[in-house]
Ligand binder design. Sequence first.
Ligand code: ATP
Ligand code: MG
Length: 325
Amino acid sequence: MILTVTLNPAIDVTYYLDTLVRNSGLRVDRVLERAGGKGVNVARVAAACGADVCATGLAGGRRGEQLRAGLGIRDEFCSIEGETRQTVNIVETGRTGLPTELREPGPAVTAAEWDRFTDRFSALAAGADVVTMSGSLPPGVPAGAYATLTAVTRSVSTARVIVDTGGEALRLACAAGPDLVKPNEGELLAATSTEGGRLHRVLSGASSLRELGASAVVVSLGRSGSVAVTPDGRWRVSHDALTGGNPVGAGDALVAGLALDAGLPAGALLQAGPGLQAGAGSDWPGALKRASGLAMASVLAASAGEVDPAIAERCAGTIRIRKLT
Ligand SMILES: Nc1ncnc2c1ncn2[C@@H]1O[C@H](COP(=O)(O)OP(=O)(O)OP(=O)(O)O)[C@@H](O)[C@H]1O
Ligand SMILES: [Mg+2]
């Protein structure tokens, strides 16, 4: 079972309009509202690929109920007093640029609510093969939350742990020894201090996260693909850049793909033994190809957390992987 953790989920509201003009009144052509949050996207993509998935996290108020009702995944969210946030995405249909995202901080979480959650999490993690932890932390949840949950997972199971976040939460999580972390370029650079050209900065930033304690690091670079720094070597993943799609949630699809490879009995990474730090027989290029295919398919899908597995497979066939020496 893949257990996804979303501590700061959201109701995602997407406004479609021709062009965003500041300081003006704009007509919105279409509004889409759905349960969101990075871990929820991971859960949806993994479920679309046929995995057994369970979603947990914190949800509260009217939007919390809306989120849980619209989940479509086994719901193990914990209730909190505060109101779950909403996230506004503005997609400019008259342009092919990146969407504009407005992210609220999220509800305040009390110490008692956080304690209740960690108890519930411990029971769920005991039955998991893979645990993914994604996104920002709401106010009140300690910065070391993902480190704590990684340690809890280690104490109750042999599940692989994948963390997708940035900044201080990422640095602290690494120290708890997750199997894999997946920051995007901005998140990596916010957590590490490196200099030089783009690839050099990414590689040395990723290496410094491994020095902190993460076993493997995959840094996603948007349309430029990704870089993996693992105990078995380093790889550069590249593919065609897609224009006009919706890149929000592509990183979540990448995480879902890596979780599938870590969780499926047929997954090459699992065959190689506990942890993703597999020795001989580990198939990072294969895993990266499959996961990147899902990421590309998510760009081609209408909204975050959606993928067509058949399209993902076709995309995976176009991905180029180069081992870095
Ligand atoms: N325009 C694009 N064309 C092709 N592939 C893309 C594009 N944007 C993203 N991808 C694929 O998706 C992966 C993840 O994208 P990105 O680095 O944008 O993740 P992210 O910033 O974590 O996204 P999010 O947090 O919204 O899920 C990339 O490594 C790449 O393989
Ligand atoms: Mg991301």
